[in-house]
Design a protein around this ligand. Structure first.
Ligand SMILES: [Zn+2]
Length: 696
């Protein structure tokens, strides 16, 4: 089948030019495990490779759409999935390196390629003949004799088309395109306004007395901001999070904290220079219209139709269930902070601009831990080996370093991953250090994803981070947070390496499921049993003292009533905005207040993002009616990890179940069903309440 399609592709290809000669993307990779021959790939190879890849895939898709034979799962759904091999091959390399090892030339190609990509995707999703075949199969899905994975694949493929509007008539399609464009323009404008409003607020300080309480690093940053903005010799504070939070935490000047807080909270409000309230209403109305056009009741239903949560009711249920214990805890914390205010001899009632400041005082007194004292115990390579050891104890996996496999940078380490029985699983690349060609942050990605649809393809995955190198006799050392990040990304890598899907499309995950499997791995990082294996002082070999671990754990529970209430109120507000109808007369601020009154938010805590600067909800697509997802993955991972805590950290039966119920199926099954199969029941909140200290 694939060969026949490829044959059809040939007449459509651009004529060969010299630029295409010796293009490694057009050759079969005979490297170990088919790893990309990085040293042979040059910038000039990408564009011709993409051009040929799009043409080949276009020909494959046309052949499927125009196939005179009646549609079958094999000749339509599976055939679509088998296509695009060259596109996967070149995308795998290109989209990894644009993040981890880029240059100006690649960035220039990138914008060109991304325009080509969206044209290609649109041409496919709006191919009427193709959709008719997919739809014909979907309408009789129960009588096709499909197995569970094929049913999921048919559902997924059909939904890709219908969410793009493939089943609308021409007039409705045009309206949809207009709405998409409108929403995208409005959300960009919203984000720009947030940025402008954030930059517009400045608090200039020219007397040292006004810096009272601030640590040196905060003062230095404020001096350099003032210098940058043309007021050398003064200090300037802005409403960016990195200026706002330290000021609120450390400043002993209550009047200035109030000023700062009010400036921060007023960004984008009605009547201000960067008023975002009109845009909020326009965005909500356009989203509502689009949802209805596509057959959904509201934007939240549209967003969640292919997410793990499935329906807004489920998100409300989650958020409401955690709200009550969080609010109760926050009220206890409020009382504690108020007592501290009195102890200091003041008689004022705690206000929102006091919370960070007094919380920091309590934290320092009770839980202070010196980051620098912990670092010598977390040697980068040992932490990495600790993650390997975890996979070994869970599933018997082993990691064998290869120094003879080509990489894209000398810092990249390559490991073959083997099963307990010695069979080969996949390739793991570790790229841990920062460099100018790499963007910030930490992530996991694939150069090649696992599939079985057209012969066995083994995965090639990479973890990318930016941990400082060592110097002199000191090896690279990690903070406790960094160690946790390494385990987290390694969890993504395990999830990608253990994939057992047939169809490539099912490698992609429900958006609100992605972080759950990786987050489970953070649990093992700080288990005393694992720390004894890998957290040893680089000079003395002494294991990280348990007292430090206990202190870290206690600190992680501190002020969680506040953090949870601040977050959940925003998550609830996001869901409320996207499930309720508004009108032209709606007053955004009054509406926001009524939503927050409805849940009983206390006056001393302000919602984490007020509506006019809630970028997650109004400044982009993914997090609208999706801000809940941070909490959701934490709920699931805490609940899942609790099974290991209860039945044995390396209980082989539980480990095997994690693999078969959660990691291997990836997107091939309903994620809620997968979780419940692993856990033996629906999710509960006990574990997260415990982890956040919200139980007592
Ligand atoms: Zn992650």
């Amino acid at each position: 089948m694939a060969a026949a399609l490829m044959g059809l592709a040939l007449p459509m290809m651009a004529p060969m030019t010299t630029a295409e000669d010796n293009n490694p993307f057009f050759e079969e990779w005979t490297t170990p495990h088919g790893a990309p021959p990085f040293s042979n790939i040059e910038n000039a190879h990408y564009k011709p490779a993409f051009e040929r890849a799009f043409a080949e895939n276009r020909a494959e898709i046309n052949a499927i759409a125009n196939n005179p034979a009646a549609p079958t799962f094999e000749n339509t759904i599976a055939a679509l999935d088998k296509g695009g091999k060259l596109l996967n091959k070149v995308s795998g390399v290109f989209y990894n390196l644009t993040s981890s090892h880029s240059n100006d030339e690649m960035r220039a190609i990138q914008s060109e390629i991304s325009a080509m990509f969206s044209r290609h995707t649109n041409d496919t999703l709006f191919n009427k003949k193709l959709f008719d075949r997919v739809d014909a199969l979907y309408q009789k899905r129960d009588s096709l004799g499909l197995n569970a994975e094929q049913q999921r694949m048919l559902w997924r493929t059909h939904l890709d088309f219908t969410r793009a509007g493939a089943n609308l008539d021409e007039a409705a399609k045009a309206e949809l395109a207009k709405l998409n464009e409108e929403i995208s323009g409005l959300t960009i404008k919203f984000g720009q306004n947030v940025l402008a409003a954030t930059n517009a607020f400045e608090m200039v300080v020219d007397k040292e007395a006004d810096l009272a309480g601030l640590p040196d690093f905060v003062i230095a940053a404020a001096a350099s901001t003032a210098e940058d903005r043309g007021q050398p010799g003064k200090w300037m504070f802005t409403s960016t999070r990195s200026s706002f939070t330290p000021f609120m935490t450390f400043s002993t000047r209550r009047d200035l904290r109030e000023k700062m807080h009010k400036g921060y909270m007023a960004r984008g409000e009605k009547g201000s220079a960067h008023d975002n309230t009109g845009l909020v209403k326009q965005i909500l109305k356009a989203r509502q219209k689009r949802a209805e056009l596509l057959g959904y009741k509201n934007h939240a239903e549209f967003q969640m139709a292919d997410r793990m949560m499935g329906h807004p009711d489920r998100a409300f249920e989650l958020l409401n269930r955690i709200w009550a214990p969080a609010l109760e805890k926050a009220k206890e914390e409020r009382a504690m902070l108020q007592a501290m205010v009195r102890e200091e001899g003041h008689d004022f009632d705690l206000q929102p601009w006091d919370w960070w400041h007094y919380a920091e005082k309590v934290r320092k007194a009770k839980y202070d831990l010196d980051e620098q004292a912990v670092k010598p115990y977390f040697v980068l390579n040992n932490v990495r080996d600790g993650a390997f050891k975890t996979a070994n104890k869970l599933w018997g996996l082993t990691f064998k370093q290869r120094t003879d496999i080509d990489t894209y940078h000398e810092d990249v380490q390559v490991f073959e991953v083997y099963e307990k029985d010695g069979s080969y699983l996949g390739l793991f690349l570790a790229d841990y250090h920062p460099r100018a060609s790499k963007r910030g942050g930490a992530w996991n990605n694939s150069f090649r994803a696992q599939t079985k649809v057209d012969g066995k393809v083994t995965p090639i995955v990479v973890n990318v981070m930016s941990f400082p190198k060592g110097s002199g006799d000191v090896p690279p050392l990690l903070s406790a947070d960094n160690a946790s990040t390494l385990f987290h990304e390694f969890g993504h890598a395990m999830h990608t390496l253990m994939s057992e899907v047939t169809y490539g499309r099912l490698n992609s995950l429900a958006w609100d499921f992605v972080e759950f499997p990786s987050q489970i791995f953070e649990g093992w990082a700080f288990e005393p049993e694992m720390l004894r294996e890998y957290a040893k002082h680089y000079k003395t070999g002494e294991v990280l003292p348990e007292s430090m671990i206990e202190r870290m754990e206690a600190a992680s529970k501190f002020n969680q009533g506040f953090a949870t209430v601040e977050y959940v109120s925003a998550a609830l507000m996001d869901m409320m905005w996207h499930t309720r109808k508004i009108s032209d007369d709606t007053d955004v601020a009054a509406f926001e207040k009524s939503l927050l009154d409805e849940i009983g938010l206390i006056d001393e805590i302000v919602v984490r993002y007020r509506t006019p600067y809630f970028n997650h909800a109004f400044g982009g697509a993914a997090y609208a009616a999706g801000y809940y997802t941070y909490l959701w993955s934490e709920v699931l991972s805490a609940d899942a990890y609790a099974t290991f805590s209860e039945e044995g950290l390396f209980n082989q039966e539980v480990a095997a179940r994690l693999r078969t119920s959660i990691l291997e199926p990836r997107g091939a099954r309903d994620p809620m069903e997968m979780f419940e199969e692993f856990k033996g029941r629906p999710y509960k909140l006990d574990a997260i309440l415990e982890a956040r200290g919200l139980t007592d």
